[in-house]
Design a protein around this ligand. Structure first.
Ligand SMILES: [Zn+2]
Length: 302
């Protein structure tokens, strides 16, 4: 049973908005790309293990705080006899393994050892479970999900699952017994309760209203090339069509997310959306979809 699903992190949502509307530095762009790729890999893994959801309890994307330490588990399976945390990697291209470390072939650069990450998760999870009186054995895996990943000199380590091994691994899991009882369910509840929704490590670039590109972006491709008609906004880039009211509400939500301290007024939204010709229409959409506060020219919306 799928107990907890995965959402796009707020950090990724915000970076996507910022990326569309301002120039990010090289390292910010790289960070954005890494988060995006990480999520793609995790979603791929989700669909692989979704076959198991009739047998085991599945919890995706947990962020647990315990003893002032935070640790993230990409996916976690609760099976009859073991708790299985997965660290999912969407690495792409050629890497090599040497002296128990991972390197990128093209640059020779060492990367953070994903096995160490997995060990850390196992240790912290074990402590967390013991603290709450659970005594399950923990057996974590490192799952490489990208078929275009290759590791030279890979060790024969049963903790690592390489792309060609994934299906076989899942097939084997599927043959395990699955008599789950109330203790397993209790453990799932505990993990859900302990889950904190936002990482304390989120770092966003600094940004100001004035440096943002204004306008409505395409919901599908984030391009600004929209032809806005009476009722429909049409993306010249990808052809995506959106009802104009929905597009404006989406833009207002982006505005609120990026500038939580600014008041949502007709004038602000008019400036933010740019392309929309009629202030009257914006006023009407705000009145219909938000709660008005204040009076006359001082009206703002929540
Ligand atoms: Zn588009």
């Amino acid at each position: 049973m799928l107990i907890k699903n995965r959402n796009e992190s707020m950090e990724l949502v915000m970076l996507k908005l910022l990326h569309a509307r301002m120039k990010l530095t090289g390292s910010e762009q790289q960070h954005h790309l890494n988060l995006k790729k990480g999520l793609e890999g995790e979603m791929k893994f989700d669909s692989l293990i979704s076959n198991l959801n009739s047998k085991f309890l599945i919890l995706n994307d947990l962020l647990i705080e315990s003893n002032k330490t935070t640790f993230q588990i990409d996916s976690l399976l609760i099976t009859q006899d073991a708790i299985i945390p997965f660290e999912v990697k969407n690495y792409e291209g050629n890497y090599y393994y040497q002296d128990k470390n991972f390197y990128i072939c093209s640059t020779g650069k060492e990367i953070t050892n994903p096995l160490h990450q997995l060990n850390r998760i196992e240790t912290l999870l074990r402590q967390f479970l013991q603290k709450h009186g659970f005594n399950f054995s923990i057996k974590g895996y490192l799952a490489f999900v990208n078929p275009e990943f290759f590791l030279y000199n890979a060790p024969q380590d049963e903790k690592m699952i390489f792309p060609p091994q994934l299906n076989y691994f899942i097939k084997n899991l599927n043959m395990k017994p699955s008599n789950l009882n109330s203790l397993h369910r209790k453990l799932a509840d505990l993990l859900i309760q302990a889950h904190i929704s936002e990482s304390p490590y989120t770092r966003l670039p600094t940004y100001h209203y004035d440096q943002m590109r204004k306008g409505i972006t395409c919901a599908a491709c984030q391009s600004f090339l929209l032809s806005v008609g009476e009722r429909i906004a049409l993306c010249d880039q990808c052809g995506h069509k959106e009802n104009i009211q929905e597009a404006i509400i989406r833009s207002v939500e982006e505005f609120k997310l990026l500038f939580p301290d600014k008041k949502v007024t007709t004038n602000e939204v008019y400036d933010w959306c740019q392309l929309v010709q009629s202030k009257k229409m914006i006023g009407r959409i705000l009145r219909q979809n938000y709660q008005a506060t204040g009076y006359g020219q001082w009206t703002y919306y929540k």
